[in-house]
Design a protein around this ligand. Sequence first.
Ligand code: GLU
Length: 393
Amino acid sequence: MAQLAAAAQTINLPAEIFQRLQKPERVIEVDFPVKMDNGASRFFHGYRVQYSSLRGPYKGGLRFHAQVDLDEVKALAFWMAIKCAVVNIPMGGGKGGITLNPKELSVAELERLTRAFTRAIADTIGPDKDVPAPDVNTTPQIMDWLVDEYEKMVGHPARAVVTGKTISQGGSEGRGRATGQGAFYVFEAFRARHNLAPETTRVVVHGFGNAGQEIARQFFTHGYRVVAVADSKGAILNDNGLDIPALIDFKKAGSKIAGFPGSRDLSDDEFFGLECGVFAPSSLENTLTAERAQNMTCRMVLELANGPTTPEADAIFKQRGVPVVPDVLVNSGGVAVSYLEWLQNKQGEHWSEERVLVQLKELMDKASGEVAATAEKFGVSYRQAAFIVALER
Ligand code: GLU
């Protein structure tokens, strides 16, 4: 809300629109039982927040995580509304989640959970109403279960009810890597302004899930040295640069990065204190606190996570002259390709990866250019500029 208020003030946003963005249009909370493998029923609590439909159907992911609560889902849904406007797709903002640690569930339990949640929210979602997608700990397989259960309920094909599906169920080429790929397009649009050439720019990535792995791979492929990576279990360093494709395989095999050959383990303090060109937070909210921001020595923060920088840390980066390229621009490639998937489903088409990536790049380049120009015009941070671009739309 502080981010919204600052941007609204800069452009004298009409009070009515400001008010409409202060609260979600609708909040859905559900409790539902799931049969566990041992035969007992367990109750789960889930949310879907439909924040804004000013620009189109609600759009945004579903998160399965122990930290999910109403406040978090509301914030994430609000950012979706801003994000879709920044990248200029005709979608509104929504988000959902279930409070649980999915790693404690078997595959069969996860499927029953997803189907039960789908039944619980089925009357509130739909291809022209509200379109979920993957987020933290939710996969294309989970999206397939969701669409299957939804179609059973409505009794007709409705692939466009959810995006991020597997290819065989109507998913789009390029969706899996779209967040990281889009983020790299944004980085390329900004890098010259901040003098970040491959030879001289060390990259640090915090979070090694879908977004973190892909942005690391992009930097690696384009000749940057990705020197340190952290996941939820630990952090590693190799000053000569980590072999990212090998690290991705290593993580897939053992579900952690610690112990990767040729690297050494790092403490949290060491990790956040590393000198680097680009720091890419790619996990959860509030990773970059005031204390960490004070001690970090990087030349750019590239936000792949949603809300990784606290408002206090944001102010410190500003005062220290560290540019922060914001989440609502940087990670919008994910939802942008979700929109392309939705379009393909609606038209009964399947596009080549090349076609998808060309369109993704166009969207990201345009949004990046607009955010950079708006920052210059108003003399504001990239984050405020992104909000202004969105609010004007
Ligand atoms: N969960 C992603 C995000 O936070 C993608 C949402 C979508 O594709 O709808 O942007």
